[in-house]
Design a protein around this ligand. Sequence first.
Ligand code: 4NP
Length: 150
Amino acid sequence: MNRVLFVCLGNICRSPAAEGVFRAMAAQAGVDCTVDSAGTSNWHLGNPPYGPMIDNSNVRGVDLTALRARQFQTADFAAFDLIIAMDRANQIDIEAMRPQGNGTPVRLFLSFAQDSTADVPDPYYTRDFDGVLDLIEQASRDLLARWPPK
Ligand code: 4NP
């Protein structure tokens, strides 16, 4: 259990922020893992994260500038041990692509933080980039506290 994929809709706000924050926190905690992110849509293929997401992450010491958007693909089920969806719509879209016989867990990110079924709200629409980073940091702390997750 050491390959983790974060997935959102566009792969320019929530999941790249989760990738950057979790990678930094895992390294700090001495947890050896591979971290990546993807979007269920192909809307922003090859693009860097959204400017305000980069800026707000920078304030917290997390550099997202090297990341580029890619689309979630069927092969990701085999390439990762844990797939983490930002919201319920992402989770449903991911599950619809699951190959027969594959058992890779697809969990909501906030289910680690709060044992909840809540979504990480999309800051592309809410404009609350700082609030989303708070949620991502808390969820990352909780995931690391339970490492390796079941
Ligand atoms: P994300 O946010 O899923 O957190 O990357 C979005 C970014 C762009 C769009 C939607 C959500 N969009 O409609 O372009």
